[in-house]
Write a protein that binds this ligand. Sequence first.
Ligand code: HEC
Ligand code: HEC
Length: 344
Amino acid sequence: MAKPAGLPNLRLFAVICVLAVTAVGALLYPRLAASPDAAVEPMPALLATTPIRPGEPLLPLPDSLPVDPAKVALGRLLFNDPRLSRDDSLACAGCHDLQRGGADGMPVSRGVDGKKGGINAPTVLNAAFNFRQFWDGRAATLEEQVEGPVHNPLEMAADWDQVLAKLQADKELRSRFASAYPAGLTAATVRHAIAEYERSLLTPSRFDRWLRGDDTALSDEEKAGYRLFKRHGCSSCHQGVNVGGNLFQRFGVMDNYFANKKALTAADMGRFNVTGRDEDRHVFKVPTLRNVALTAPYFHDAATSSLDEAVALMGRYQLGVELPARDVTLIVTFLQSLNGDVRP
Ligand code: HEC
Ligand code: HEC
């Protein structure tokens, strides 16, 4: 009997599918096995359909996540709405400026009444890909995270009764919520809309184009910087889709960073503040390095405004090496290729 002509192609396609699934599985598995806290990156299905360079510790950002545009639009409004603060003076965007890489450029943020917070503001860009939110990972989801700033007396200093009363007095907003959500305008739907908006804040970069196979997307210096980033071991912590955001690690693995500090703050205790376990002292969520060139100052304590110095400190405290100046420069050049724009 004659073979149907399509068969060999089908078989080849099946083999490619199996290889692709195995490759993605192999990339995800070590991270799952390494930390019981690590969560599977969202949307592995999307990743499996994306051609990637096999074996890379970094994975390309999808162009978008499946979100509801009506809810995203509501979330965008609320993210920029100062009514979420006690005295209508401060919106989320006041501390997470999309023109400043999704952060505020300050050592510590300033809340309502100009009150100083205790920690540097991280970016909201690509936060959907963090396995936990906050430096100490105390919020499990973006929805849960919203509770933090709204209630924090050093940030928006409000509560839901107050905020909802103000928002519900806005007829137009109430009716838009009623058409987007069966439950209408509630604390839960406000949290969801803001989180949905944040899920739309993805910044694919030139580096992602390179990861997807476009060799011309990076310069030779950027490629050399990426090789050093891997060779020195940066990618053992800053890895996956968000070049970070999927592990907890101690700040000061190879040398005691905190012993060299003048005065310790509560924030310096890191994840210990959440779990009370000795082994979590000075442990932080490994931050994303996407858009990092835009989000100085660096580290939870804003120890430096220089990205070069931040990289050199990482070498010293996390890897136990004094990086040659040339390596630092090349790694910074690579990190700049991670800058991306939010698609409108
Ligand atoms: C007063 C400044 C300020 C305001 C207002 C503010 N934030 Fe933040 N945001 C911060 C700081 C500081 C942190 C880090 C706090 C920590 O980790 O303990 C943070 C953390 C976050 C994170 C976690 C990111 C990560 O990598 O862990 C997200 C997401 C976020 N904010 C979203 C929001 C949203 C949504 C709003 C509005 C409801 C908001 N923020 C309002 C300063 C602010
Ligand atoms: C052992 C894990 C680990 C290794 C290895 C590591 N980092 Fe980090 N990195 C972290 C942690 C944890 C933080 C957050 C520290 C803090 O602020 O408390 C961080 C923070 C950073 C920051 C500051 C980000 C920000 O938004 O403030 C940069 C930049 C950075 N790392 C780059 C690098 C580079 C480049 C290398 C390789 C030379 C490297 N890291 C190696 C765990 C690591």
